[in-house]
Design a protein around this ligand. Structure first.
Ligand code: MG
Length: 301
C-alpha cells in the first residue's frame, strides 16, 4: 500500500453522500476529518491545524459564508485554504465566497478529478507558504530561531508577563574573543563553533516556553518566561561550564577554548517597553566581559 500524502483536510457538509464522495476522492491524504455543521467545523478548527477545508455553503446551523468569515478572523489559522463546495447557482455565489476569504469554488455535483486537482494545487501552495514562514524565522547558519523570531516572541511574552504579573527573564550570551578565532582559523571554523554553541544552548533548555535564538554575529539569547533571576543565573552558569568542558579549541583565547560570557536580567513588566530588558541583559553582559569573561553577571538596578 502507498504511504499517504501529507495533507490535513477537513470536509464540512451536511449531506452524507457528498461526504462519502469527497472522502473517497481524497482518501490518499494523511489526515482527513469531517464535520456536518458549522459549529462542529469551528470546534474542530480550533483544535486541529488544517491545510485545506472543503466547505459546504449551506449548512443546517449557519451559512458556510459565516463559517468562512470566522475562520478568516482567527489569526492562528491564517493560511488555511478554504474551498467552497456548493450547488448554488446564483451569479454572485462565487464572488461572495471569495470575498469571505475562500481561495476557490467547486460546484456540485462534484467531479472527482476536479476536486483532486484543486485540492492538490491549494495544498501545494499552503505547504510552500508554510515553508517560507518557517524559513523566515530560522537562522540559516545555525538552524535555531533568528533575531526576528526572538523579538516577536519577546513582545508576546512581555505582554503576557505584564498581564499575569509574572517575571520574564532574559540571558544574553556572547562568544569570547570570537573575532580572533575567525582571524586565525578562518570563517569556516568560526561557523562550526557558532553551530556548536547554538546546539549546546538549544539542547539545554527544556521548559515549554523557553526560546533560544541567535541574536546576531556571535551573540545568542535565551528567553525564560516565568523563571526567577536566581534560577536563570544558575542555569546560565551550568551552560557556561558545560561549554568549557566541551573544550572546543580556540588557540587565540587565554582559555585555549571556546567560552561564553553572559548577562542575565529579569523583571515583572510594568509598561510596554520590552527593549529595557534587552538593554539590561546587554549591560550585565558588558560587566561579565569586564570581569574577565567565561562568566555570568546578573543585572541589578
Ligand atoms: Mg449543505
Amino acid at each position: 500500500m502507498k504511504a499517504p500524502e501529507t495533507g490535513r483536510i477537513l470536509i464540512v457538509d451536511d449531506d452524507p453522500i457528498v461526504i462519502r464522495v469527497l472522502a473517497s476522492a481524497l482518501a490518499h491524504y494523511s489526515t482527513l476529518m469531517f464535520a456536518t455543521s458549522g459549529s462542529d467545523a469551528l470546534a474542530m478548527i480550533s483544535q486541529h491545524d488544517f491545510d485545506v477545508i472543503l466547505l459546504d455553503a449551506t449548512l443546517p446551523d449557519q451559512s458556510g459564508y459565516d463559517v468562512c468569515k470566522k475562520i478568516s478572523s482567527q489569526v492562528e489559522h491564517d493560511g488555511v485554504q478554504v474551498i467552497f463546495v456548493t450547488g448554488r447557482t446564483e451569479i454572485d455565489a462565487e464572488t461572495r465566497a471569495l470575498s469571505y476569504g475562500a481561495v476557490d469554488f467547486i460546484r456540485k455535483p462534484v467531479s472527482v478529478p476536479v476536486v483532486q486537482a484543486r485540492v492538490k494545487t491549494h495544498l501545494a501552495l499552503k505547504q510552500r507558504t508554510d515553508q517560507l514562514k518557517l524559513l523566515s524565522r530560522i537562522d540559516g547558519l545555525t538552524g535555531i530561531n533568528n533575531r526576528t523570531e526572538f523579538e516577536s516572541v519577546l513582545r508576546r511574552e512581555w505582554a503576557t508577563a505584564r498581564r499575569q504579573k509574572s517575571i520574564l527573564s532574559l540571558v544574553f550570551f556572547d562568544i569570547d574573543h570570537f573575532k580572533k578565532l575567525n582571524d586565525s582559523l578562518g570563517h569556516q571554523a568560526g561557523d562550526d563553533r557558532l553551530r556548536s554553541v547554538a546546539q549546546l544552548l538549544s539542547s539545554s533548555i527544556n521548559r515549554g516556553n523557553d526560546l533560544v535564538a541567535r541574536y546576531g554575529g556571535e551573540e545568542f539569547v535565551i528567553l525564560l518566561p516565568g523563571a526567577p533571576l536566581e534560577w536563570a543565573q544558575s542555569m546560565t552558569e551550568t551552560l557556561i561550564s558545560k561549554l568549557y568542558k566541551e573544550n572546543l579549541p580556540h588557540p587565540d583565547s587565554p582559555f585555549g577554548r571556546i567560552t561564553l560570557s553572559a548577562g542575565v536580567a529579569g523583571s515583572i513588566p510594568e509598561d510596554d517597553n520590552y527593549e529595557t530588558l534587552i538593554e539590561q541583559a546587554d549591560q550585565a553582559l558588558y560587566q561579565a566581559k569586564l570581569k574577565g569573561r567565561n562568566n555570568v553577571v546578573r543585572y541589578v538596578l
